[in-house]
Structure formats: structure tokens, C-alpha cells
Unconditional design. Structure first.
Length: 244
């Protein structure tokens, strides 16, 4: 992990701050900062730190103090719920323009999940106390942050419902559609994820995941080359997803 002072990498932050220093507000989660005043932006950026993570490094650790909010500038990361022993479930992926609170910024002040870099990550760490102060001063910002937290919780809930209520082909179909339409927004796409990681996202064994992916491939629904996947028949995947 490499940490640098804000003024080394965020030259324009005092004018544009987190709402646009991520290449200019594209409707991502970071747009919640658009409702802050110039003075509030100054408060936010005053002690912000820019951090670089290599692939595989831990950005936030479950059960540690929720001392900072993390804004992802670029790269791909995974949110992991860690259980007893080596048990874990990848809840969802996060990419550029995402904001991570660790799930416990307003309750218990403990992070409820781990965030790990899948690719190289450029991000900014913002002191949680700054966020608390802005929430008490700016009701619009508080409302937008509340909406963001609710949206993230709904995404995780929907994923868990799919894992517990759908058969394995439906889970894999859901995952592929999620990767194409929500995470990478391209086709084909490079998942940067191992087969085990993809299986973890579906709540199944790696062997089961590989078997179903091969079935999709032999049916000309997808094309697979290593970590690169192309969806050839999205309507078929949607039908499998709906059937569950």
C-alpha cells in the first residue's frame, strides 16, 4: 500500500474535490459530493489521503474500526463477508466512482466486511469524523448518503436472495449479467477474477461453477477465454435467470 499526501495527486481538489476529481462526475456514487458547498468541500479535502493498492491487497478489513470512508478513483475491488475459519462470500464488486463505508460507519463503528483489491486501485481515504460533521450540517448530503447506503444494502440483499433461492444455472446467469451490465458495462469483458472467486460470488463450489459455465459455452450462450467472457445470447441468460 502506498500513501501520498492529498496535494501531491489532487491538485484541483480544493476547487473540484471528490465530486469531479474522478474524471468529472459520470453519475457514479461519488456524485453525492455535488451537494456540498465550497466550504464543506474544503473541510472534506483538508486531511484526505490518496492511497494506491496493488492487486490482492486489503483495502478495508472486517471487524476493524470504521475510521475512514474510501472513494474508489480507479480499479476493481471485491466486498467479502468473512465467516468462521476460511469461509467467505463475495457479496459484490465495486469499481471506479464507488464509495465504501465498510458497512458500519453509523452503527457500532466497526467494519462489517472486508474490501480487497482485484486490480490495482487508486483511492482516497476520508476521515469518518469529517463525514459525520457534514451529515449534521447538510441535510441534502445526509439524504444522499442515506440513499447510497440503502442502495448498496439492497444490492447485497438481492444477491443473497438469488444465491439462496435459485438453482445453480440461475445464479451463474445472474452473475454474468451483473458483470456485463453493472460492473464492466461492456461485452466482452475481462473479469480479472479466478474461477474460485466467481464461484464464491455464486455461493457454489468451483467445480460446479466450471461445469455450468461449460454448459453455457457448449450452448453458444457465452464464449470464454481465460478471464475474458463474452455473452453471445443475453436473452437466453435472462430466461435462465428468470427461471432460476
Amino acid at each position: 500500500m502506498e500513501s501520498r499526501r492529498t496535494d501531491e495527486v489532487c491538485v484541483n481538489c480544493k476547487d473540484r474535490c471528490c465530486s469531479r476529481c474522478f474524471d468529472g462526475g459520470n453519475g457514479g456514487e461519488d456524485s453525492i459530493f455535488n451537494c456540498l458547498t465550497t466550504e464543506e468541500l474544503e473541510l472534506l479535502v483538508k486531511e484526505k489521503r490518496h492511497v494506491h493498492f496493488k492487486a490482492g491487497e486489503t483495502i478495508l478489513k472486517q471487524n476493524t474500526s470504521a475510521s475512514h470512508v474510501v472513494c474508489i478513483k480507479s480499479g476493481l475491488a471485491k466486498i467479502i463477508a468473512e465467516g468462521e475459519g476460511d469461509k467467505k462470500l463475495i457479496l459484490r464488486l465495486v469499481s471506479a466512482h464507488s464509495i465504501l463505508t465498510g458497512g458500519g460507519i453509523f452503527i457500532e463503528e466497526i467494519r462489517h466486511f472486508t474490501v480487497q483489491a482485484v486490480t490495482e486501485i487508486e483511492c482516497c481515504f476520508i476521515d469518518s469524523d469529517k463525514i459525520f460533521e457534514l451529515v449534521t450540517k447538510n441535510s441534502k448530503f445526509a439524504f444522499e448518503l442515506l440513499k447510497l447506503n440503502n442502495k448498496q444494502n439492497v444490492q447485497i440483499l438481492n444477491n443473497l436472495v438469488g444465491i439462496t433461492q435459485k438453482y445453480m444455472p440461475g445464479r451463474v446467469a445472474d452473475l454474468l449479467l451483473y458483470l456485463k451490465n453493472e460492473i464492466f458495462q461492456s461485452n466482452p469483458f475481462n473479469t480479472h477474477l479466478s474461477r474460485q472467486e466467481l464461484a464464491d460470488m455464486c455461493g457454489m463450489t468451483m467445480e460446479s461453477f466450471i461445469r455450468i459455465l461449460k454448459e453455457f459455452k457448449s450452448s453458444d450462450i457465452v464464449a470464454v477465454d481465460g478471464t475474458n467472457i463474452q455473452i453471445l445470447d443475453e436473452e437466453a441468460l435472462a430466461r435462465i435467470s428468470k427461471k432460476g
